[in-house]
Ligand binder design. Structure first.
Ligand code: NAG
Ligand code: NAG
Length: 286
């Protein structure tokens, strides 16, 4: 009798250790959880029994709400998930805007339970360009959009919060209430925590590619950005890396930063194409 019982316990333990960690998915701008269903299905097809939490809030137009508001609200949902998986922890995937906001969710959550964070074509160093802008604000042009975004009113939208105009860096620092802070470009009371929380990760995976067509420059998906003369500065030469402002260099030096570049993937295909999912996302889900 007791032998059967301990065998059952052993079996339970083994099946727990080979199970995949739960995954929390954070959708992109103007869409919602529905748009991530293909990715959910593919994960569960290849990694059976994975529990996936597909974040349902802030879909559609509400994805344009102020970034801090979305981040702090999403944090309450992530906390509820972490409370369910305190031992094993979870993995997290943020797509497009959801990768930037999701990263900030971790940074404002000191004891988060996320092991691997996958940023899937997200504007981690900001966004500047007409293609993206016209999806949301058809009548604005990138060159003058700063006049709206770098204002009190413009900061009520998420896009304004991470709009990064290379020709108006002074206004960016003066008005943007979000990106310069979460990237520790401006040092604040939160800076130490913003770095320490990312250093809790086992792996930070940054995925992007030259044919994205929406994230501009596409290298923003790797924390690279334009300088004032529109040259993209490689990550390794960027201040955020060289000064280790949010821990990217430390993650790199300890083998925990994975910078992935893949050609021939349009922005809307990263989460909808099995080849891409299988090659660049699934290997990081344990
Ligand atoms: C500090 O973090 C809190 C969330 O934890 C946020 O509401 C606040 O805006 C942040 N302040 C700065 C200056 O980054
Ligand atoms: C921008 O970077 C390019 C390439 O590294 C460099 O030649 C150029 O002088 C830089 N521009 C500014 C304003 O620093």
């Amino acid at each position: 009798m007791s032998l059967t019982l301990s065998a059952a316990v052993l079996f339970l333990k083994i099946s727990l250790t080979i199970a995949y960690r739960p995954v929390f998915i954070y959708h992109g701008i103007l869409t919602g959880a529905d748009s991530m269903k293909h990715l959910v299905n593919r994960i569960q097809e290849v990694h059976p029994d994975t529990v996936v939490y597909n974040f349902e809030r802030f879909g559609g137009w509400s994805s344009l709400e102020n970034a801090w508001h979305q981040v702090l609200e999403a944090q309450s949902n992530l906390k509820a998930v972490c409370d369910l998986h305190p031992e094993e922890g979870i993995n997290m995937i943020g797509y497009s805007q959801g990768g930037l906001l999701g990263r900030a969710v971790l940074q404002t959550y000191p004891d988060h339970c996320v092991k691997t964070f996958i940023s899937l074509s997200s504007p981690q160093a900001g966004q500047f360009g007409d293609n993206f802008l016209h999806l949301i604000f058809p009548s604005l042009v990138a060159k003058t959009a700063y006049q709206l975004f770098y204002s009190y009113v413009g900061q009520h939208t998420s896009v304004g919060n991470y709009w990064n105009d290379p020709h108006h860096q002074d206004l960016f620092e003066e008005f943007s209430i979000f990106l310069p802070y979460v990237n520790n470009r401006i040092i604040s009371v939160n800076s130490t925590q913003f770095r320490d929380t990312l250093l809790r990760l086992d792996h930070l995976v940054l995925i992007g590619g030259p044919d994205d067509g929406v994230i501009t420059p596409w290298q923003s998906s790797h924390f690279s950005f334009y300088n004032e003369t529109f040259h993209v500065i490689p990550l390794q030469d960027s201040v955020i890396y060289t000064e280790d402002l949010i821990g990217l260099k430390t993650l790199q030096e300890s083998g925990r930063l994975h910078v992935i570049e893949r050609e021939n993937v349009h922005h809307y295909q990263w989460h909808r194409t099995n080849d891409v999912i299988d090659d660049v996302i699934l290997p990081f889900l344990d």
